[in-house]
Design a protein around this ligand. Structure first.
Ligand SMILES: Cc1ncc(COP(=O)(O)O)c(C=O)c1O
Length: 406
């Protein structure tokens, strides 16, 4: 009898973490590798946030806290939701977990019964389907075409809803595409959801603050107040505040669900790190002006990367509204041969070729549920991006033969 439980056979390890680890390994072995796989800002956590953490340590805030977040942090989150999203939550409608990931995981564990369906638009963040599977639910994947900027269309949402649908997960700005729903686009989706009162909405707003060109972020419960009672609005400090290692995520939602999520957390990890909670409190209540400075840098990098990728043979890339990812199509290289005679049949073959020939580490679209694409994270220096784009262009030019329609 295997030591490993059957439920683990349903899921796979995170492919994005696998790419990052492989790139680190190759680097450690002396290879010249440019990592474009990581889902984290290259910027450091702001100094004022670190100061908040030092103060908390010195003040002895080093013990257990309330299971799902300190009252002070919950109050700061309530103020944030009010100010940024016009959402009114009370303390018992707020939860804090060890990263956005734990919050989403708790929510699914606390709510999904075997056989419940969870609608996930593809391309999706890699963890959604596997978390649903761990919770014994059924992911219902809805492909979102490049022609629609990889965004879920109201008709496709409508067709995917069944009596078994428990949740639809929306993620805007998106990992992996960077695409974000405008208010009109979001309203078209919430109009569908209003007609299906048994469906709950999980809105993953992790990249809320990372939007460019004056784009106005919106979240479902804000756009359609009728959905407030059945929406879990998820967010966190990892990406916007460059705090991926601190592990703080949070959400606002229905009291009954929030209480159930605290139950899951109380029997697994207990409270998120007390020092990290103090740091997150400092981040949310401090001067936010650094966000704009960093966004200016991200925008410049996005514009550069999109232009350079579109100049590569066989690659075509949309310019998305936010996050720090682009999701170029590699349809134009499928069917071509590498200089050593290997045929590129899939996006996975293509990213393997980029890594082996030019030391470029990025992630194949298959990992996000839509091929033939690949994800590039531009959360790295301009110098690294310049060199990376040069190498991608060179790798594409070196391919031989004709592309075959993928
Ligand atoms: C869309 C999305 N949601 C949630 C998370 C989880 O963030 P955290 O690091 O806070 O767990 C990530 C991280 O990559 C993400 O991309």
């Amino acid at each position: 009898m295997s030591i490993v439980a059957d439920r683990l056979s349903r899921i796979k390890p995170s492919p994005t973490i696998a790419v990052t680890s492989k790139a680190k390994e190759l680097k450690a072995a002396g290879r010249d590798v440019i990592g474009l796989g990581a889902g984290e800002p290259d910027f450091d956590t702001p100094d004022f946030v670190k100061e908040g953490a030092y103060k908390a340590i010195k003040a002895g805030q080093t013990k257990y806290t309330a299971v799902d977040g300190t009252p002070e942090l919950k109050d700061a989150i309530i103020a944030k939701f009010k100010q940024d999203n016009d959402l009114d939550y009370a303390r018992d409608q707020i939860t804090v977990g060890t990263g956005g990931k734990q919050v989403l995981y708790n929510a699914l564990m606390a709510s999904v019964n075997p056989g419940d369906e969870v609608i996930i638009p593809a391309p999706y963040w890699v963890s959604y389907p596997d978390m649903v599977l761990l919770a014994e639910g059924t992911p219902v994947i809805v492909e979102c075409a490049k022609e629609n900027d990889f965004k879920l269309q109201p008709n496709d949402l409508e067709s995917a809803i069944s009596p078994k649908t428990k949740w639809v997960i929306l993620n805007s700005p998106s990992n992996p595409t960077g695409g974000a729903y405008s208010r009109d686009e979001m309203k078209a989706l919430t109009d569908v959801l209003v007609r299906h009162p048994h469906v709950y909405v999980m809105s993953d707003d992790m990249y809320e603050h990372l939007v460019y060109d004056g784009f106005e972020f919106c979240t479902p419960a804000q756009v359609e107040p009728a959905l407030f009672e059945r929406t879990l609005t998820c967010n966190g400090v990892s990406k916007s505040y460059a705090m991926t290692g601190w592990r703080i995520g949070y959400a606002g939602g229905p009291k009954e669900l929030i209480k159930a999520m605290a139950k899951v957390q109380s029997q697994s990890t207990s409270n998120p790190c007390s020092i990290s909670q103090a740091a997150a409190l400092t981040a949310l209540t401090g001067d936010q002006s650094f966000l704009q400075e960093r966004n200016d840098a991200f925008k410049e990098r996005r514009d550069f990367v999109v232009e350079e990728l579109n100049a590569a043979d066989g690659i075509s890339c949309l310019k998305p509204e936010g996050a720090f990812y682009v999701y170029p199509s590699c349809a134009g290289v499928i069917g071509k041969n590498t200089p050593d005679g290997k045929c590129i049949k899939t996006d996975e073959d293509f990213v393997t070729y980029l890594l082996e020939s030019e030391g470029i580490a990025c992630v194949q679209g298959a990992a996000f549920g839509l091929s033939p694409y690949f994800r590039i994270s531009y959360a790295t220096t301009m110098e690294a991006l310049e060199e990376a784009c040069k190498r991608i262009q060179r790798a594409c030019s070196a391919l031989q033969g004709e592309a075959k329609a993928a």
